[in-house]
Design a protein around this ligand. Structure first.
Ligand SMILES: Cc1cc2nc3c(=O)[nH]c(=O)nc-3n(C[C@H](O)[C@H](O)[C@H](O)COP(=O)(O)OP(=O)(O)OC[C@H]3O[C@@H](n4cnc5c(N)ncnc54)[C@H](O)[C@@H]3O)c2cc1C
Length: 470
């Protein structure tokens, strides 16, 4: 690749200041700084300021058949923004504007590099009666990638995954063409994806391998005045989970409901995993911690909801008390530094609510076999229609032996939980994606490849990543 020629063409698009092929700048984009996945190589970093500039960048990349990797903060836990095959990393953080908030239809139109801090700050200042669903990732991570990658928000119980929060998009395709999908393709309103053919799916779950989203409308929700968050504590996951499932289906104004084991709770408290109890069940300690938030429009309605929640817990002998609500976005340092050394990765999956306990018990057993405290977390989604289940592992990312062991442990969990029908990993690293092709019908894999080819004819978009990639 003739870098200097490409750099000089790119400089004409964004200005000298916003392109770099200097090693000290490239280095920042080589890898996902928390995972154990292998490094990539960023040849050129560029920071555009408009959709038109993104279009020009993609056209230049097509001319030189050089890879293009969309990037907001690159800490997605799966290393899916790591430039596997070199090329241009498009850092989208200058595209950080909230363009419009429609209070009537409750959505915000944002640019492709808006972070959680940008969005939350803007809403609090300008539209205090509305809120977004927010992740627990650090405030400087991206909203658009979280939606595109089926992220999990603190309003997941109301709205489902991040992908279900998307109303419409403006996208620069891998070919360099600019398109719009959703109601915004026919009007100035971005209220939804209905009733046209739903083309949003061409960009959701593809890990930036089909196009770069330059604008997205995301759903917002009303802030209701009465809210209570409860903490439920139980001896074992198998006793606590059925109660949470019952609560999720009882119509009690619950906007968020999730549960963790003792390992996860200890990690977020910034403890050192060497000092904590690895197997609470063996030590007869509680290993189930459920959290839920209920909200209501009137005090009377709220009181009735709280009473019903407390009654269901009492009936099931689950200890329950009001607690403080977590204010996302948040710096959960502990959960990536539990083992000290800053490395973290997960086997994070969507699955049937039937399999939560099995998922936990199987992954827990593997962690304990390796002498590691399991960090388990599950969230019930979209009124209890499905759930997220995931087990995290931490490691010292400067110790190759620890990385080797962590990777072996994660693969073992992955292979075992795959046996539970319906467990599908999200934001999967490449090694996990490969196993999908063995499972899908050949015609399904073939269709995925054809779509990818249509949208990205020169195979320049984030190559080596995602289900459609090589
Ligand atoms: C401690 C911690 C906690 C976390 N908690 C959560 C959580 O609760 N819920 C959750 O969902 N996630 C969570 N995450 C994961 C992740 O950081 C977030 O989902 C985040 O919002 C994604 O943004 P990013 O900047 O990391 O994306 P990036 O890593 O920059 O991008 C992710 C993927 O999207 C592609 N991409 C980026 N921008 C675009 C674009 N504009 N158009 C097309 N493709 C694009 C990239 O190429 C890549 O494949 C957590 C991460 C950490 C470190």
């Amino acid at each position: 690749m003739n870098n200097s020629k490409i750099v000089s063409e790119l400089e004409k698009v964004v200005g000298e200041k916003y392109v770099s092929a200097q090693p000290e700048i490239q280095f920042l984009y080589h890898y996902d700084f928390i995972t154990a996945e292998p490094e990539g190589k960023c040849d050129i970093a560029i920071i555009p300021n408009s959709a038109e500039e993104v279009q020009e960048i993609v056209k230049i990349a097509n001319k030189y058949k050089t890879p293009v990797v969309p990037w907001v903060s690159g800490i997605n836990f799966g290393s899916i923004a790591t430039p596997r095959k070199g090329g241009i990393v498009v850092d989208l953080r200058r595209l950080n504007r909230v363009i419009e908030v429609n209070e009537d239809d409750m959505y915000a139109v944002i640019e492709g590099g808006v972070t959680w801090a940008d969005l939350k700050g803007y809403l609090e200042k300008n539209h205090p009666d509305l809120r977004a669903g927010i992740t627990w990732s650090p405030p400087g991570t991206g909203v658009v990638p979280a939606c595109l990658c089926y992220g999990m928000f603190d309003l997941g119980m109301l709205g489902g995954t991040g992908a279900e929060f998307i109303n419409g998009m403006e996208v620069v395709l891998g070919s360099g063409d600019l398109i719009k999908v959703g109601s915004c393709s026919l009007s100035n309103y971005w209220y939804g994806r209905q009733p046209l053919p739903d083309l949003a799916g061409l960009f959701i779950g593809w890990e930036g391998t089909t196009g770069i989203v330059t604008k997205m409308a995301v759903k917002l929700w009303p802030k209701l005045p009465y809210r209570t968050t409860y903490l439920a504590i139980g001896a074992k996951m198998k006793f606590g989970v059925p109660v949470m499932l019952k609560l999720s289906k009882a119509g009690l104004g619950i906007c968020d409901i999730y549960f963790v084991n003792l390992g996860w709770l200890q990690s977020v408290q910034e403890l050192n995993e060497k000092d904590v109890i690895k197997d609470p069940v063996k030590n007869k300690m509680p290993d189930f911690f459920g959290l839920l938030t209920t909200q209501a429009y009137t005090e009377k309605q709220h009181k009735a909801q709280c009473e019903a929640i407390e009654a269901i817990c009492t009936e099931s002998k689950l200890r329950m008390r009001p607690t403080e609500e977590t204010q996302a976005p948040i710096q959960l340092w502990g959960c990536w530094n539990f083992a000290r050394g800053g490395g973290g990765q997960w086997i994070g999956s969507y699955c049937s609510t039937r399999d939560i306990v099995k998922y936990y018990e199987q992954s827990r057993e593997i962690c304990i076999k390796y002498g590691r405290p399991p960090q388990f977390y599950s969230r019930l989604m979209f009124g209890g229609h499905y759930c997220v289940a995931r087990t995290n592992i931490n490691f010292n990312k400067n110790d190759p032996n620890e990385i080797k062991i962590a990777r072996k442990l994660l693969k073992e969990i992955h292979d075992v939980v795959q046996e539970l029908d319906g467990v599908v990993m999200y934001k999967p690293p490449k090694w996990a994606v490969q196993t999908y092709h063995d499972k899908t019908l050949p015609a399904t894999s073939d269709l995925i490849r054809k779509i990818k080819q249509l949208l990205d004819p020169n195979n320049i978009m984030n190559p080596g990543q995602g289900i459609g990639g090589d």
